[in-house]
Ligand binder design. Structure first.
Ligand code: NAP
Length: 514
């Protein structure tokens, strides 16, 4: 019998008795686990986090919390093989797992190291210097940051069952807030396996982490003004939760990472003989293939100078034709399936919408040759490369096909690129491949208001570049508008989401001793 996922609440694992839904292996369609429709008492779960987890965590200084995170990172790395095996069932190749699992644990390690070096051995953070507010120097003010007293609710998307949890958990833990994790159902069995190891490690104070492997009923309804919500998922769910009466009436802090039509721009200075041309093609193909394009940061829109379009199509198509698609348990496979057959349907539907404004130049929505897999049982899809004719066609700037699908868009001028990129209504990331500094400057200035991150690549930095789609813990992850309007990561900035900033006024010498 397949296991029924459990939730971790009030310091113990809970089984649910009611209805369950099957979670299927993305490649074979076999049942991996079942997830209960309803879980343990969510109000009690939140209250335990607030009343036990928070106080226990806040007894520790930032330095002590950093040490625990460091040990936790090492402990989880020692169990990586176990996670890799489970991750394969989500459709992930080993390379995909590196982004999710190794990347998630690596994020903990980076946070531990930065916090150990940069945070004080105290429980309150200073934010800026004392500002004098009186002529005699006896009165002034300064800002401090203290931990919020609630629970940090973390709702994650199906595509990053591990990274999505750990990149939120690490800053919340450092900030002194207990995490209540709600994974997306589809891949929750991997999140559950990692949380089991976190609990088994015995490293965390009691109540510092809870896990809800069930429907979300009651999660939002029971929030208080000291709680926070960090959400990753679709724009429509983000919108529904953000406007929930409890969130608005109690001013619950709400951070969202949502859909994004990220773009990559090939500079007009680049010709096929340049190293930058190869960099652009590599990046484009990688972003389509890694995690079968199910990355919130993947390139959806590729702007190419009109004169270079044929060369780009030829080069990308040649590379895509070499990509081995199939069951990721076969070591030769480079691209696995989508997370579920339902997800494949959604990608097909959205690609069909894109095809009203763009033609397919590589791939077939209904045909893919596979290694070690059956196209009917698994959620496989060929990489699909599209080419638009009109740089301003609205579909290509509004429809997100969350899979191995990318649209090439021909452009004539930088002004056109900047205007068309903004039609995505706000994205997580843009990349510019050019060796022309003046061009990069114009594009960065034009794109910055619409993006959370911009990557400028030329040949000398290409070797060390972390790539278009990788959200590094040190750098901001998030974006305006459609991308959710939120901010995550960005080094220790991320802690501030979980802390209250307070202006404290009084005698400056007294303030210095705080
Ligand atoms: P989704 O359907 O919006 O679900 C996201 C999460 O919200 C899941 O855990 C879901 O749980 C939960 N949820 C749904 N209704 C809820 C409610 N009423 N209360 C509390 N939680 C609720 O999104 P998805 O299909 O998992 O993810 C795909 C989308 O995420 C893509 O559009 C992608 O662009 C976006 N994404 C963005 C980022 C980013 O960082 N910006 C990263 C990854 C993905 P269930 O699964 O149990 O329904």
């Amino acid at each position: 019998m397949t296991p029924i996922l459990q939730s971790f609440s009030q310091g113990r694992w809970h089984s649910s008795q009611g209805d369950t839904s099957p979670l299927l292996d993305a490649s074979t369609g076999e049942e991996v686990a079942r997830i209960p429709k309803s879980g343990p008492d969510v109000a009690a779960m939140l209250q335990f986090a607030r009343k036990i987890g928070g106080p226990e965590l806040r007894k520790l200084t930032f330095t002590q919390r950093a040490t625990i995170l460091k040990d936790l990172g090492k402990y989880l790395f020692s169990h990586i093989d176990e996670f890799v095996e489970i991750s394969t069932r989500t459709g992930a190749t080993r390379r995909d797992t590196t982004v999710d699992v190794d990347g998630g644990i690596g994020t903990i390690a980076v946070y531990a190291s930065k916090a150990g070096r940069e945070l004080p051995d105290r429980t309150i953070l200073h934010d800026g210097e004392v500002e004098l507010l009186g002529k005699g120097g006896t009165f002034g003010g300064k800002h401090i940051l203290s931990s919020k007293l609630g629970a940090a609710v973390q709702i994650n998307a199906f595509n990053f069952p591990v990274w999505g949890m750990l990149e939120k958990f690490a800053p919340a833990f450092l900030a002194g807030m207990p995490s209540v994790v709600k994974p997306a159902s589809q891949t929750a069995y991997l999140t559950e396996a990692v949380v089991r190891r976190i609990v088994d490690s015995g490293l965390l104070p009691e109540g510092a982490i809870s896990l809800l492997c069930a429907g979300p009923d009651g999660l939002i309804e029971n929030l208080t003004s000291q709680d926070t919500v960090s959400f990753t998922g679709s724009a429509s769910t983000a919108q529904a939760l953000r406007s929930h009466q409890v969130i608005t009436s109690r001013s619950v802090s709400f951070n969202a990472e949502a859909d994004s039509l990220n773009c990559s721009i090939l500079g007009t200075d680049v010709i096929p003989e340049d190293e930058e041309f190869g960099v652009y093609i590599d990046q484009l193909v990688n972003e389509m293939v890694v995690k079968a394009g199910q990355k919130c940061t993947a390139i959806r829109r590729a702007f190419v100078p009109v004169s270079m379009m044929d060369d780009v199509i030829e080069a990308v198509a040649a590379r895509l034709s070499e990509v081995i698609v199939g069951n990721p348990s076969d070591q030769s496979v480079q691209m696995g399936p989508l997370a579920s057959r339902g997800q494949r349907e959604e990608v097909r539907n959205n690609t069909a919408k894109l095809m009203t404004a763009a033609e397919v130049v590589y791939g077939d929505l209904n045909k893919v040759s596979l290694v070690g897999a059956d196209a009917e049982q698994g959620a496989f899809l060929s990489p699909i490369l599209l080419k638009a004719n009109d740089v301003y066609a609205s579909e290509i700037h509004s429809v997100e096909a969350f899979g191995p699908v990318c649209t090439l868009i021909p452009y004539q001028t930088f002004g056109e690129v900047i205007e068309a990129a903004s039609m995505g209504e706000g994205s997580l990331v843009a990349s510019i491949v050019t060796a022309d500094v003046a061009l990069a400057k114009v594009l960065v200035a034009g794109l910055a208001p619409w993006h959370g991150r911009i990557l400028v690549v030329e040949s000398s930095s290409a070797g060390e570049s972390t790539g278009h789609g990788i959200a590094m813990p040190q750098m901001l992850h998030g974006g305006p508008g459609r991308a959710g309007g939120g901010e995550e990561l960005g080094g220790l900035r991320a802690m501030k989401h979980y802390m209250q900033r307070t202006a404290v006024q009084g005698n400056p010498s007294f303030l210095e001793t705080l």
